[in-house]
Design a protein around this ligand. Structure first.
Ligand code: HEC
Ligand code: HEC
Ligand code: HEC
Ligand code: HEC
Length: 413
């Protein structure tokens, strides 16, 4: 009987993540056959075929592979999926189980061999630019970083080549990314090699975007402002009735990043919440976990890329405000004159020589005196969802000098 190619690649996407692809929930607890106790794999992920059988189909985390079942009778494979070590019988339809069996029987490629052959061939992969540009770029952008849900695909292809090859051949669970299986494993392997040449996300871009989200992620991401207050915002604090305000990181952790340990221990913006200073230098993955935790719940409103950008900001983007701004009088420890030319060129184009041209903003002279911490944060990182340049990568003393210059501008219109 002829093989149904559509069923095979569908099975490949179920193999990746059947729950997402088939829109059926996995059971609550971990898969009973999952061998690694206390591992980082979540209960839901322990039900994915790929978790136990691997992206090269040779077995993962001590579980057996499925390579021996290539060419087996699909009905016999369906029986395996219903057996006591699997228990998928009641979890998805017969049609889904048959797709999975067709994948196991007809869809496996030798990922190792394909990737090795491609590496040995060392052919000029740039010729695949034409295929990438026409088949993939509409969704992924010409540099592979357009989708905010996923890491730049160049990074994914370098870090997880077997998984990406599986996705290229079969598509991605739960969406319409086109499977390349009909064009052959070699074609997919060459495409993988081309994608491996696409750039990483620049750390500076990630940090400044994270910093603008710290300021106001609702504006920066173009999302809708929240209508219910953040659950961790103290109900008795000043902005409790301004829901959108309570969701801003800066509102709970301060413009000086020091929370109750800094300038925000008193006044309207006081919340009594700890700052984020202790997390400077921390592993971004740990910070992402904090942003997903029950206190924060940001995974419900932000894409994973945005969470990582926030974490990169917290880990690598904080300015030590007390070192550059006198905490007693708010004076910047800079030289206003040294930054005159910079202000009149880089800033005045938009803000005017007196800092008052943008009428939606208060005069910059006033902002910089009443809130030098916010001003410096913006000089370094820009303003949410505006084209104001971020100067973070210039010499930090120059940014402080610019802040001093702002503090010397008129405070009233
Ligand atoms: C929690 C780990 C785990 C998950 C998840 C899992 N399996 Fe298995 N699988 C096993 C174990 C253990 C065996 C060996 C025992 C057996 O054959 O029942 C096995 C065996 C198999 C075999 C037979 C291999 C052989 O050489 O006979 C196939 C085919 C298979 N699994 C397919 C799948 C598919 C498809 C999925 C996803 C729907 C899946 N498995 C999910 C653990 C897992
Ligand atoms: C119709 C839109 C679309 C097209 C066309 C498309 N993709 Fe995708 N791709 C997606 C989506 C959506 C995801 C998954 C995002 C998610 O996980 O939510 C994805 C995921 C990926 C991933 C996985 C990233 C990861 O972190 O695991 C890679 C690699 C990838 N695509 C490469 C390609 C390549 C190469 C092409 C061209 C052959 C292509 N895609 C064509 C939409 C598309
Ligand atoms: C409504 C208030 C609130 C908002 C908004 C908020 N947080 Fe928090 N955050 C908290 C609380 C409460 C803690 C726990 C503090 C403690 O352990 O005492 C915390 C802890 C943290 C920590 C760990 C600090 C440490 O040293 O343990 C980090 C990092 C952090 N938040 C980052 C962020 C980022 C980034 C955002 C914006 C995306 C954000 N938070 C938004 C309330 C908030
Ligand atoms: C391309 C135009 C542009 C340039 C160039 C620019 N900005 Fe801005 N800036 C903006 C916009 C737009 C805003 C948001 C105004 C608002 O709040 O409506 C802003 C906001 C600010 C704020 C916050 C004001 C507030 O509302 O609290 C400060 C401080 C600031 N800019 C300083 C600077 C400095 C210093 C420079 C030069 C290093 C600069 N900007 C360059 C467009 C620009």
């Amino acid at each position: 009987m002829a093989v149904d190619e559509g069923s095979v690649v569908r099975g490949g996407r179920l193999y990746d993540n059947w729950s997402i692809e088939s829109k059926n929930r996995p059971p609550n607890g971990p898969h009973p056959a999952f061998k690694v106790k206390g591992s980082a794999v979540s209960a839901a992920d322990s039900w994915r075929c790929s978790t136990c059988h691997g992206w090269d189909y040779k077995g993962n985390l001590g579980h057996v592979g499925i390579r021996n079942r290539q060419g087996s009778d699909p009905a016999a494979i369906v029986a395996v999926l219903k057996n006591d070590s699997h228990r998928y019988g009641g979890l998805m339809s017969e049609a889904n189980l048959l797709d999975l069996a067709n994948f196991v029987s007809h869809g496996q490629v030798d990922t190792q061999k394909l990737i090795e052959a491609e590496r040995r061939a060392k052919a000029n992969v740039s010729s695949y630019e034409q295929f990438y540009g026409t088949i993939c770029a509409a969704c992924h952008g010409s540099d592979g970083s357009r989708l905010r849900d996923v890491a730049p695909i160049g990074d994914a292809a370098r870090q997880r080549p077997h998984e990406v090859l599986h996705n290229l051949i079969n598509g991605h669970s739960g969406d319409v990314m086109p499977p390349l299986s009909a064009l052959g494993g070699d074609f997919a392997a060459r495409m993988l090699a081309y994608v491996q040449t696409l750039p990483s996300r620049s750390m500076a871009v990630s940090i400044t975007h994270g910093a603008r989200m710290y300021d106001n992620w609702q504006v920066e991401t173009g999302g809708r402002p929240q209508s219910l207050p953040h659950p961790a915002y103290p109900p008795t604090a000043y902005f409790a009735n301004d829901a959108a305000m309570t969701w801003r990181c800066k509102e709970c952790h301060g413009w000086d990043y020091a929370g109750k340990q800094g300038q925000y221990a008193t006044g309207h913006h006081a919340t009594g919440i700890k700052g984020i200073r202790d997390m400077a230098g921390a592993d971004p993955a740990r910070i992402v976990a904090i942003l997903r935790d029950g206190t924060h719940r940001f995974d419900a409103v932000l894409k994973s890329r945005d969470l990582l950008d926030l974490a990169n900001f917290v880990s690598s983007g904080q300015i030590d405000m007390n070192a550059v701004i006198d905490s007693k009088n708010g004076r910047a420890r800079g030289d206003a004159k040294r930054a005159g030319a910079h202000y009149r060129t880089i800033c005045a184009t938009c803000h005017g020589a007196d800092g008052q041209r943008i009428i939606t903003a208060p005069p910059l002279g006033r902002v910089a005196r009443t809130n030098p911490w916010e001003s410096l944060h913006k000089i370094a990182n820009g303003h949410p969802n505006e084209n104001m340049p971020a100067l973070r990568n210039l010499d930090q003393q120059l940014l402080v000098d610019i802040l001093s210059h702002l503090q010397a501008l008129p405070e009233t219109r």
